[in-house]
Design a protein around this ligand. Structure first.
Ligand SMILES: NC(=O)C1=CN([C@@H]2O[C@H](COP(=O)(O)OP(=O)(O)OC[C@H]3O[C@@H](n4cnc5c(N)ncnc54)[C@H](O)[C@@H]3O)[C@@H](O)[C@H]2O)C=CC1
Ligand SMILES: N[C@@H](CC=O)C(=O)O
Length: 380
């Protein structure tokens, strides 16, 4: 067949045929900073998904710590009213997600996706239940990927065996393309020699505010208002959140390491981290303003900038996470606001491949979660 006749054929197709719209059902866990931004973005972009991708992304299920809501009819949860609907929905045990997952599989959509926007523990079991039912998983929750190594490996294997997607791009650097970039380096046979960077939007922001002379307690409140903090802010300030991200990346390059292997120095004095409840913690913070300001000043007097860095060294199988006084020419010294960066030094990139940009915030993270959902939906 000649090129002309192929062109002729495609032109002769009736252009008035209505485009096919595939229904994709979502079950969203959480109603906090990330989940609420995601639900807003799903509502705001509804028309765009249909027009550009022929996709109708519908929230069939929605759960927080207390309540759960499931809407089986086409269209799913009315997104403009989700807070009211969830607020008046029946109480649902957060550990028991089976009825929702069963309901999701019965909907008969082209695809169903469990979307975890919580920092809940033990979610790997829920993901497994989902994958085994043929439901894809998208998550911003770092714990299932940085916790027990056997659970993490089992999860990855289950996803592969069930041929379902398990996407967690936002677990490192919010919507920055860090995880998939690293996966591609590994998949294509590159050798990763070093991963380093500033992995916390919160700690980057706090360092910048401290450098500008803002008291620590005030900067922390701004970080909270902007949605940068973890549900438990001690996880940011102890460095555990950065350690989790480092473990996630280390495992991507085949290192069998866990949180217990990370050499971790906290961002703040350890006594402050001993305060357990979140309210008491925020009340205790101002007492540490002067001490934290002095640490930052000391680095400044030496002509350096205080940053909170992570370093994953596969040769020595080491992960180091902690504050470092860097030279003003160091890439981390140039970060502004909640800026983060991850630098991959590899066989093919002896000059590191650097991913850089804002690394925290509700709208950014939600956009990353949405991009993961769309990546799955487009493949169906
Ligand atoms: N805020 C950010 O910039 C980023 C956040 N993340 C991750 O996204 C996740 C959510 O973060 P945020 O929205 O900021 O936290 P958040 O504290 O605002 O919201 C967490 C939500 O999870 C719900 N929740 C807790 N346990 C639950 C359970 N078992 N079942 C259902 N819902 C449950 C809570 O009710 C709350 O609505 C965390 O894992 C965080 O590490 C990742 C990248 C960036
Ligand atoms: N609290 C985290 C949010 C993203 O993971 C951070 O500040 O980096």
């Amino acid at each position: 067949m000649s090129v002309e006749s192929v062109v002729q054929l495609s032109w002769s197709r009736p252009i008035s045929a209505p485009p096919r719209v595939d229904r994709v059902s979502l079950f969203v866990l959480g109603k906090g900073t990330v989940a609420s931004s995601l639900l807003t973005q799903l509502g705001d972009n509804k028309g765009r998904f249909v027009e550009r991708d022929g996709l109708s992304l519908e929230v069939a299920g929605l759960c927080d710590r207390q309540n759960g809501l499931f809407v089986a009819s086409p269209g799913g949860v009315e997104l403009e009213q989700w807070r009211n609907h969830l607020g008046t929905a029946p109480v649902a045990d957060p550990r028991e997600r089976r009825p929702f997952l069963d309901g999701l599989t019965r909907l008969g959509s082209r695809a169903a996706v469990l979307v975890d926007c919580t920092a809940a523990d033990g979610m790997e079991k829920v993901y497994e239940q989902a994958l085994l039912r043929g439901i894809h998983v998208v998550t911003a929750n770092k714990k299932p990927f940085s916790g027990s190594l056997p659970s993490f490996r089992r999860l990855a294997t289950t996803a592969r065996r069930c041929r379902r997607a398990l996407r967690y791009e936002t677990t490192v650097g919010a919507s920055l393309p860090v995880v998939e970039t690293l996966k591609d380096l590994v998949r294509t046979g590159d050798r990763v020699d070093l991963i380093e960077g500033s992995f916390s939007g919160t700690l980057g922001f706090l360092s910048n505010e401290l450098l500008a002379g803002v008291p620590f307690s005030r900067a922390l409140n701004v970080a909270r208002e902007r949605g940068y903090l973890e549900p438990r802010p001690q996880d940011d300030l102890s460095g555990v959140d950065v350690a989790r991200k480092a473990v996630i990346l280390a495992r991507e390059i085949g290192l069998n390491l866990g949180l217990e292997d990370v050499a971790l120095t906290p961002f703040v004095p350890r006594e402050l981290l001993a305060v357990d409840s979140t309210d008491a913690f925020f009340e205790a913070v101002p007492a540490y303003d002067a001490e934290i300001a002095r640490t930052v000043k000391r680095a400044q007097l030496e002509g350096k900038v205080l940053r909170y860095l992570a370093r994953i060294d596969p040769v020595n199988r080491r992960i180091d996470v902690g504050p470092v006084a860097v030279d003003v020419h160091h890439p981390a010294a140039r970060l502004r606001g909640a800026g983060s960066f991850v630098a991959f030094t590899t066989e093919r990139y002896p000059e590191p491949l650097v991913v850089q940009g804002a690394g925290a915030g509700g709208a950014l993270t939600a956009a990353g979660v949405l991009a993961d959902i769309l990546a799955i939906a487009r493949k169906i």
